[in-house]
Write a protein that binds this ligand. Structure first.
Ligand code: 5BU
Length: 267
């Protein structure tokens, strides 16, 4: 089934509050771009977040790589999220038993649940990981993405692993609103998982460490993903951050519009 609704239509119908806010924000700002800001200095993270802020729906962090992390960083990130109207996604990739991830999500140095609207988890430990994270995240209105497919070469996330991950999401729709994946994951007319896809680049095909890049057109039009995640393609050259953010925003949005047009003309 290859019909695609607009983000606005999906916002109106989606049962998950986090997905609704994301779709509304994407349409309001006309962007399906998420920037992955993988830098190790607080000042650099904040300055890139401020520069790309107007062009993104989601800012993706790896907070544990920031050498001078402090609570002020979190407050400033939250202020930028307000200023520019974006959601914060901590790409924590939780991967332990429910009881452990609960603490990793709520406590420790980072207190991720207190500031990240979205986080993600591997499904390798089984469904307890979703239950554990949900005990912390659900009361705060947070949303969870499951890692159904990775972008890197040789990843073991395929076949039964991926389909069982989708089954886990189906059983936990109150908290899980989608996937990190490389393809659209919906199988039924009444389901609407958000797919955020990393491994997006317009200029190179890989990074020599296993990453594999596809274009926004391949990701959004051909594979039906909803949000493109771009890291080094945007912040790799410090002089071009804003220019590249705009370029990827335009490419991602054009791909989305093409998909909607193609879908309405074939309906
Ligand atoms: P890049 O610089 O565009 O290659 O960064 C990609 C980001 O997405 C980086 O933060 C990764 O940790 C993240 N990522 C990924 O590349 N592939 C995956 O399958 C998952 C996350 Br899950």
């Amino acid at each position: 089934m290859n019909t695609y609704k607009t983000y606005t239509e999906r916002a109106k119908q989606h049962p998950n509050a986090c997905a609704r806010s994301l779709f509304e924000l994407m349409e309001r700002k006309q962007t399906n771009l998420s920037v992955a800001v993988d830098v190790t200095k607080k000042s650099e993270l904040l300055s890139i977040a401020d520069a790309v802020g107007p062009y993104v729906c989601v800012l993706k962090t790896h907070i544990d790589i920031v050498e001078d992390f402090d609570q002020d960083l979190v407050q400033q990130l939250q202020a930028l999220a307000e200023k520019h109207d974006f959601l914060i996604f901590e790409d924590r990739k939780f991967a332990d038993i429910g009881n452990t991830v609960k603490h990793q999500y709520a406590h420790g140095v980072y207190k991720i649940a207190s500031w990240a609207h979205i986080t993600n988890a591997h499904t390798v430990p089984g469904e307890g990981i979703i239950k554990g994270l949900g005990e912390v995240g659900l009361p705060l209105g947070r949303g969870l993405l499951l890692l159904a497919e990775m972008s890197s070469k040789g990843a073991l996330t395929y076949g039964t692993y991926t389909s069982e991950s989708v089954e886990m999401a189906r059983r936990n729709k109150d908290f899980v609103f989608g996937f990190i994946a490389q393809h659209k994951m919906n199988e039924y007319d009444d389901e609407d998982f958000v797919v955020m896809a990393p491994g997006v680049g317009l200029d190179v095909k890989g990074d020599g460490l296993g990453q594999q890049y596809r274009t926004p057109h391949q990701v959004v039009v051909e594979s039906g993903c909803d949000v493109i995640i771009v890291g080094r393609g945007i912040y790799g050259n410090p002089d071009q951050v804003e220019y590249q953010a705009k370029r990827y925003r335009d490419a991602g949005w054009a791909a989305y519009q093409e998909r909607v047009r193609a879908s309405s003309s074939s309906a």
